[in-house]
Design a protein around this ligand. Structure first.
Ligand SMILES: Nc1ncnc2c1ncn2[C@@H]1O[C@H](COP(=O)(O)OP(=O)(O)OP(=O)(O)O)[C@@H](O)[C@H]1O
Ligand SMILES: [Mg+2]
Length: 336
């Protein structure tokens, strides 16, 4: 097992802070498991800084990063044995950083370039799933300049195509709210989804593996005070309860697990993913979205889902590193 790991964290997206929290957990657990950990922090302006262990992650807000010439980032990437990108959203979870790591020729944890970009884009993601016969929530897609439309009635969900943590997402209850919701979503992306409202239970499943992935038990998201699983419900203390396993029938559980694995395979994910679904009041299971780099603290949903099947957080990290190396080895033999 290689021992030199670089954790990349922060980044330019609105999920910067979430990424730092995940990366602190990952770096601590890897160090605890005997890995030699370097961190690469990307600030909000996209500047990269290097540091040992957690130094760059704990830098006080506003304090300048120890900037290094681009070349030293490349050198560090070249000197570690595996990279663990713990970045959420655009410029990190969307294939851009993965592309850089491919160019650097270094093994890295998680989905590759295409799967990352595909799953970041809720519109393209659903096209691929529909092509594989996997049921998804219905939507229409608006591009900048398009007239606002809503064939679904109210309420309806409005989302930027490529973001996460519920940033820029609204539940619109009438036409006035729809107009405001579309304007807000367009502040975050050039492409916006208007999506039918799905009444029912929200469940999330973890998937782990490369060619032969396994799904965790489904976890049920129970939101305490908010109307839906918005940013506050996701990150404010005590606003969300994860019930594992979800209170659905054994048949629905097996079906959700099968859909999670099929979604992972159809989108050509590798390593890890968290697949978010709805179990409708009428029993139908629909895939909502897939996150290739889900929140990754030891108490995040992904870790809790696997903990429920007996996989500890350090074991999860070691497995992900193994999977990164396995892919790298497998692809090294290709001729192109
Ligand atoms: N079609 C829908 N019907 C009902 N609720 C929805 C629908 N779409 C989204 N939601 C609610 O909004 C939340 C956020 O939506 P979604 O998971 O698509 O966004 P995200 O920002 O990519 O989330 P994540 O933080 O998981 O990346 C969902 O967890 C759910 O509570
Ligand atoms: Mg989600």
């Amino acid at each position: 097992m290689p021992r030199r790991v670089a954790v990349i964290a922060g980044g330019r997206s609105s999920e910067h802070e979430i990424s730092l929290a995940s990366a602190r957990s990952v770096a601590d657990a890897l160090a605890g498991a005997g890995f030699d950990v370097a961190t690469i922090a990307i600030d909000r302006d996209g500047r990269w800084a290097l540091g040992p262990a957690r130094a760059e992650l704990d830098r006080p807000k506003g304090e300048a990063l120890a900037l290094l010439p681009d070349r030293s980032v490349a050198e560090t990437l070249g000197s570690v044995e595996v990279v663990f990108p713990v970045l959420h959203g655009p410029h990190g979870e969307d294939g851009t950083v993965q592309g850089l790591l491919e160019l650097a020729g270094v093994p890295y944890v998680g989905a590759g370039v295409v799967a990352s970009a595909l799953c970041m884009d809720k519109d393209l993601f659903k096209s691929v799933l529909r092509d594989h016969g996997i049921p998804v929530t219905r939507n229409i897609t608006l591009r900048a300049g398009d007239a606002t439309a809503n064939p679904f009635g109210y309420p309806v969900f409005v989302k930027p195509a490529r973001l996460g943590s519920s940033v820029g997402i609204s539940k619109a209850h009438d036409e006035a709210e729809l107009t405001a919701a579309v304007a807000l979503a367009f502040e975050h992306d050039e492409k916006v989804l208007v999506e039918e409202f799905v009444p029912g239970m929200e469940v999330e499943l973890g998937v782990l593996g490369n060619r032969d992935p396994v799904a965790s038990p489904p976890g049920e998201i129970v939101v305490a005070n908010n109307e839906w699983y918005d940013y506050e419900a996701k990150y404010a203390e005590g606003e969300m309860d994860l019930v594992v396993p979800a209170r659905i029938s054994p048949e629905q559980t097996a079906h959700a697990q099968e859909l999670a694995v099929r979604t992972f395979v159809a989108t050509e994910c590798e390593g890890m993913a968290r697949v978010d679904m709805f179990v409708r009041d009428d029993g139908e299971v629909l895939v909502n979205e897939l996150n290739t780099i889900p929140g990754f603290t030891a108490t995040s949903v992904y870790a809790k889902l696997f903990a429920a099947s007996g996989v500890t957080y350090p074991q999860l990290l070691e497995r992900l590193i193994e999977l990164a190396l396995e892919r790298h080895e497998r692809r090294r033999g290709l001729r192109y």
